[in-house]
Design a protein around this ligand. Sequence first.
Ligand SMILES: [Zn+2]
Length: 376
Amino acid sequence: MGKLEDQGWDVCLCKGGMELQDRNGGLFADIVKTNKVYPVELRLVASGAGLAGWTTDSGEGESTYQELLGRLGKVAMTATARGGSGPKASLWTWHCRLGHLSFKTIVELAQEGASGLEITDIPARIPGLDACFACVAAKMVHLPHKEGRSHATEYLERVYIDIAGPMHIPSARGRLYLYVAVDDYTCAIYTRLLFLKSDVPEAFKAFRAAAENESGKQLCKVMTNNTRELSMGEMRDICERDGIKLRMTVPYHPASNGVAERAIEVLTAAARAMLHDAGLPQILWAEAFSIVTYLRNRTPTRALDGLTPFELLYSMKPDLVDLRTFGAPCTIAEPSARLKKLDDRAKFCVFVGYKYGGGGYRVWDPERGVMGRNFL
Ligand SMILES: [Zn+2]
């Protein structure tokens, strides 16, 4: 510990763990105490790189993901260093856990008493997004909130729908499109992954059933653009049959379907930053989009005067205590029946998402290139 301090690290002991910060407070590790020791082997991380810029000991620059895996292969059980969760964490950790949300918004969240969020190091001058390399690389921006249109006064009164894609690479499970629905009143975002554009009606039915069943309200109006799959054929038939108004809009017009387009822009930038920061392959774009949807529904938006969509939907603040950083290394136990005597008992994976409803987390096994589910 003394050696770490000599090297310029701030070592903070807290209940059940230890945190490390560099001189600028811009980088840290969150280490969970296990059997009276802090089991971590640290590699230096480039300052301001959003915790993903793993460097060699000699500081020769960022290593590749494969190199990182190679190193972790030797120290696999130390891989929980930045995968922890819990209310107390540095501003940088929350920036990563919250999908590269602006530092200012995170501080506001903490000051407003967000459940499960406590920042251990609020600096006097709150950094901008240019302090995070992943945000710079992803061109993370704050789009101005567009005024000039009337807002719905009730959940499901008006919903904006759009699709993004085809992506240039299929997701890990072969999807190519992202379906996005934004409720005008709550700003809640719903996303669904599609194989084909023609899957839009199925996505619409799934969204509508989930939203109506949960709230007991009826969907009244759908705003969409002129994309054939969104506005013609089966979509039009469903809306006509069930008395839902289907309105076409002018692309990029603020009073129009700009709401859904803007949501796609925000989700895409955050997904890009998360993939960059985690050093994960682009094939995991679908997981990044899913997690960022989950996060954006739990973070404040200016359109709601600082409230979260979650609060408007459920009349309570979201609990952020279980959030983890996308791409955080983790270890999962291998089923013993499959193991030979000398096989490793644990497997190195990375955290890529939350399971809605069912509990647990989604993890990705980089060696086998497959998804799994586990409780970290
Ligand atoms: Zn960032």
